[in-house]
Design a protein around this ligand. Sequence first.
Ligand code: IFM
Length: 479
Amino acid sequence: MTTTRRTFPPDFTWGSATAAYQIEGAAQEGGRGPSIWDTFSHTAGKVDGGDTGDVACDHYHRWREDVDHLSELGLGAYRLSISWPRVQPGGTGPLNPEGVGFYRDLLAELHRAGISPVVTLYHWDLPQELEDAGGWANRDTAVRFAEYAGLMARALGDAVAVWTTLNEPWCSAYLGYASGVHAPGRTDPAAALAAVHHLNLAHGLAVTAIRAQLPGAKVSITLNLHVVRPQDPASAADRDAVRQVDAVGNRAFLEPLLEGRYPEDLVADTAAISDWAFVREGDLALIQQPLDVLGVNYYATTLVRRFAGSGERVLADSHASTTHSPWVGCADVEFLPQTGPTTAMGWNIDPDGLVELLTSLAAAYPDVPMMVTENGAAFDDVVSGDGRVHDRERVEYLHDHVHAVARARELGADVRGYFAWSLMDNFEWSYGFSKRFGLVRVDYDTLERCWKDSAFWYRALVQTGQIPDVDDIEYAFEA
Ligand code: IFM
């Protein structure tokens, strides 16, 4: 564990993050329509334990209490997402006033508490009607998304501090349409590549729609970028496998969004799967819009090597299904298990990867400020005899990754904020409620919230801007 004490400036943003489907529940209340995650989670065998987001953390009814937790944590910002089917049930047409009212009230309460709302418009809950019309593989979904974004910008106005168009389009495209482990559960690599492009296009069109309503709006997108390492750095074949995974995982988004082009090697690597005819003239100019901030989500690193072609290919990627990989066009790449500590997700713990990611982004895009919009860890939490969760491993994970952010800043990366994933335990997609990432524990029987040690540690960090040592904190007092 890193021990040097480091300090952040007073204007550094400290927050925590959640997403609508993971916490809200109230799936059939307030005029909300069905999303692809309702359909997927209600399909037998798709989610561990048959869990669904029908109730989740019941945030829809308990949001005032949840704002109190944010406030008591001392956070300056809260990253939440809007459920598209709650505010526009079928993904087209007028907004649903009751749905919009829910978010208006929530944002007003956040403002009263002095907490800036960082609002994501799409964290994976596509209205089912739009999926029925082809989903993200259909270009029209990008147009529908921009309309929704413009309507929300008009409805919420300056109550939103930062508008984030999409959360992790990598997951939407490749997990939703290639490996099928996320909704809508399709396993069609060509559709996944079309989805990549239509998500990029949706972002660009939405930024334009938001700025048309709110010329001074701050806009962003959040990407889960992959720190990819070769098994043998001396092997040209392994280094080429890194290049290939970097193209499909990172540059498929970064280059169109920030440079107005698709990587030529990506188009070449995937030529047998798609001719990329879905990219129309003028699209890239629409996609490349100035960003006020780039959201970066980081959890772990990826280790690859070139597949020798004989024997069984290793695909130790927790995002793969038993039959389908999310890594479109990477059939001759192996994804290797890593040594060292892991979280309950099986993800390796590597804070240096975060330094590498932030500094490499800063080198490539020096004019784009960044925020770490998600970082955190699932562990198998235990409620102790004293009724508390002494989640030391999570405290250590956060401690070491916040240090990594400080180190990246010292190396020149313009990182302006950090959001712990997640404020509270929640519906972890295809893992259901079996994986807990929260600072605050949720008892899924009673829906009671209880601060874990990590919440106390995070509050001490936020209060002082100094990274507390893991053992420096008095954990056993009431929140
Ligand atoms: O829970 C998810 C979140 O919705 C998106 N980023 C990764 C988190 C942990 O898997």
